[in-house]
Design a protein around this ligand. Sequence first.
Ligand code: F6R
Length: 264
Amino acid sequence: MRIVILPDPAAVAAFGAQQLIGQLQQKPSSVLGLATGSSPVQLYKRLVQAVQAGQVSMAEVTTFNLDEYLGLATTHSQSYRHFMNTHLFDQVDIRLAATHVLDGLSSDPQKACSAYEALIRDQGGVDLQLLGIGRNGHIGFNEPSSSLVSRTRVKTLTEDTVAANRRFFQPDEFQPHLALTMGIGTIMDAKQILLIATGQDKAEALRHTIEGPVSAHCPASILQMHAKATLVIDKAAAQGLQESAFYQYIEQERQRLVTPSEQA
Ligand code: F6R
């Protein structure tokens, strides 16, 4: 795992956006795995700016989102399809038909999940998967105790996740307790993974993810087993790490290797 610790959320968003932009410049027809929630909002804003400035194009990109609430229509203001259209897709040159979000109103959710897996495979797999992390260590909606080799399926959300996401819903609005989500095995199949996290709320989950044992109790800890996973976090989220000085030292050394001429 590459662990990048940055001063604040703005730096995390800038670094994360640059990773995505770099990926798209290198492979314009990239298949991206995308996340929702508050973590990627600023990153998407920067990506939109880059596309609108002509720095990069998303015209050939295909996307697959991690998850969707079961029971919400795509038009619902809290559906993840709506989130993606608002924060990214409607503002860039991507073909909407090439953007995939699980259907929260599917009459046969399990069939929809299997079809999603097949579609990802047909597109050659995900090149770069963007992730946030829940304060209980979930990735996608793979809550603690999820099988570490799971595939896309229906999951029950924990009370903690429902509580954490209540802020997005109106007080009297229906909030789903079930979701469709890529599995942990599905996520791990991505060629590269980029997880972003900020704030003290995520510190405990990141401690387990980075320095704890690999365990279904903290689903994100499986990223220790991925050959190309980068975790970009701010200082507040890094608070619980015992070895944060070492991770920062590794990054300094990495910079020296990447840009040796600057050291002359
Ligand atoms: C969202 C997702 C979730 C979130 C996580 C963190 O598509 O899959 O795993 O990334 O719940 O959410 P925020 O960023 O709102 O703290």
